[in-house]
Design a protein around this ligand. Structure first.
Ligand code: NAD
Length: 485
């Protein structure tokens, strides 16, 4: 094993236990990296108990005092960027540049959390002579965040800084494929001065997640992962009367019009499709080619061909994921689609055993094919042909998902027409990965999200707090009025 065994991180330190162990492998070369515990309800209860004890003191601190810890955490993320990027690279497989980029996003969310004392100062209004109403955003208590493998640093940090800055105590259940970054995150938060118990990491899989959903003291849960599991977690958590926000999978459509800028569009489409080996919920899955855009398709092919697995393109997360993706490509080809760039035949440079798949471009895919409907989650772009803009919108609208959609054109009116009709929560105009930055929130529609509001940005503040409304009268004079005197 390249790393020592990873334990849960509870009450400010690694917590030994006698759980069954899960082995973690590196997608870069298939080697065993470490092991983690498959935590059960007992380990979850221990973390909840430490969090419950730590919560009252943390919640009673001023927002500014809490933000001071987050300021130090931000500096530590910056200071340890290279070390964290290496951990992400090794456990997730993405390139070092991609790993650094996700740390930058974690830093940006942390900066938003640092600004919360100024942005959410509460509201007060004199509603009647001498009578004022005041609203405070009060933390919920112990909360939990369940995260996927594809962004070991960014996705946990969509929730950690904001929930903690608002006064909650958080349990993180990272993906069992990427526990190293989560463990280091806990160490950095401790180094930043976060009191013990306010942030815990509980490793495991389905059993662990179910124990989190069922733990009575956990008040709110966010989940990010596949749609099938998002639905299960949403049902189970809300069935236990918890607040839940569950983000699921995606199938994003990029609608390309004949007047689109050739070089920018082709480069952007490929970057969206192949970045992080296509394992992004914001990745381009389908390019909807409207009319004659063959010059752009030609350039997409050239750029996709230039990507080198093992150098500019990371592996996918597991052997099983690679096999599943290849099955989809084989089936599409059998059904009559044309594989223009074939990633199945590419090997990873420098690694025989890595889970590599080259960038793949498949043209003349039809909407009824499984590869056009299902989330593939690999470096695969399918091209669907549409005769006009409304047909392209129809293709986008028929997807059960609704994370992101983008349009490539130089015509503002058409971009607006498509943006207004796309059935997705995040729209790009000449941008293939339209991630809204703070203070805007991240969140899709339809089967890409269950629950109200977005996971980051302003609306996340309402998710992680409850509002307390206080009505006070400060004048001593007795008055008749709506208060009934
Ligand atoms: P996943 O659903 O397999 O796992 C996500 C988390 O759920 C992990 O922590 C895992 O341990 C746990 N889990 C797995 N199976 C479970 C079960 N049956 N019951 C309870 N918990 C379970 O997802 P993944 O493969 O890690 O991540 C990829 C998926 O995440 C893709 O579908 C991708 O689109 C999605 N994703 C979505 C967003 C978004 O913002 N919408 C962001 C990132 C990733």
């Amino acid at each position: 094993m390249r790393f020592p065994a990873i334990e849960n991180f509870v009450d400010g330190q690694p917590a030994g236990n006698s759980c069954e162990r899960i082995t973690v492998y590196s997608p870069l070369d298939g080697s065993a990296l470490s092991t983690i515990p498959r935590s059960t309800a007992t380990e979850v209860a221990d973390a909840v108990s430490a969090a419950s004890k730590a919560f009252p003191d943390w919640a009673s601190r001023t927002p500014r005092q809490r933000a001071e810890v987050l300021f130090r955490y931000r500096s530590l993320l910056l200071q340890h960027q290279d070390e964290l990027a290496e951990l992400i690279h090794v456990e997730n497989g993405k390139t070092l540049d991609e790993a650094r980029a996700e740390i930058v996003r974690a830093i940006e969310v942390t900066e938003f959390a640092c600004a919360l004392p100024q942005m959410f100062a509460g509201e007060v209004l004199e509603v009647s002579p001498g009578v004022e109403c005041r609203v405070d955003h009060v933390p919920l208590g112990v909360v939990a965040s369940i995260t996927p493998f594809n962004f070991p640093c960014m996705v946990p940090n969509w929730t950690i800084p904001i929930a903690i800055a608002l006064g909650n105590a958080m349990l993180l259940k990272p993906s069992e494929s990427v526990p190293l970054t989560a463990h280091r995150t806990a160490e950095l938060l401790r180094e930043a001065g976060l009191p013990h118990g306010i942030f815990s990491v509980i490793h495991g899989d389905r059993v662990t997640v179910e124990a989190i959903c069922d733990a009575p003291q956990i008040k709110a849960i966010t989940f990010v992962g596949s749609t099938a599991v998002a639905k299960q977690v949403y049902r189970r958590a809300t069935g236990q009367l918890k607040r839940a926000l569950c983000l699921g999978g995606a199938k994003n459509h990029l609608i390309v019009l004949p007047d689109a800028h050739l070089e920018q569009t082709a480069a952007n489409v490929v970057a969206s499709m192949a970045g992080c080996a296509g394992q992004r919920c914001m990745a381009a899955a389908s390019m909807v080619a409207v009319g004659d855009v063959d010059r752009i398709v030609q350039r997409v092919i050239e750029i996709a061909n230039s990507l080198v697995p093992g150098e500019t393109l990371g592996p996918v997360i597991s052997v099983a994921a690679r096999e599943r993706i290849v099955r989809y490509i084989n089936e599409a080809e059998k059904a009559g689609a044309r594989v223009l760039v074939d990633g199945r035949i590419r090997k990873g440079v420098g690694s025989e055993h890595g889970f590599y798949l080259g960038a793949t471009v498949i043209d003349y895919v039809t909407p009824d094919m499984a590869i056009a409907q299902d989330e593939i989650f690999g470096p695969v772009l399918v091209i669907l042909r549409a005769r006009n803009v409304d047909e392209a919108i129809g293709i986008e609208n028929s997807s059960p998902y609704g994370n992101a959609a983008a349009v490539y054109t130089q015509n503002g009116a058409i971009a607006k027409y498509i943006g207004q009709r796309a059935s997705s929560g995040m729209i790009g105009v000449n941008i293939g990965v339209p991630v809204p930055l703070e203070p805007f929130g991240f969140g899709g529609w339809n089967e890409s999200k269950f629950g109200v509001g977005d996971i980051t940005g302003k609306s996340s503040v309402y998710f992680w707090t409850q509002s307390k409304k206080t009505t006070s009268r400060w004048n001593t004079e007795i008055r008749q009025g709506w208060m009934g005197h």
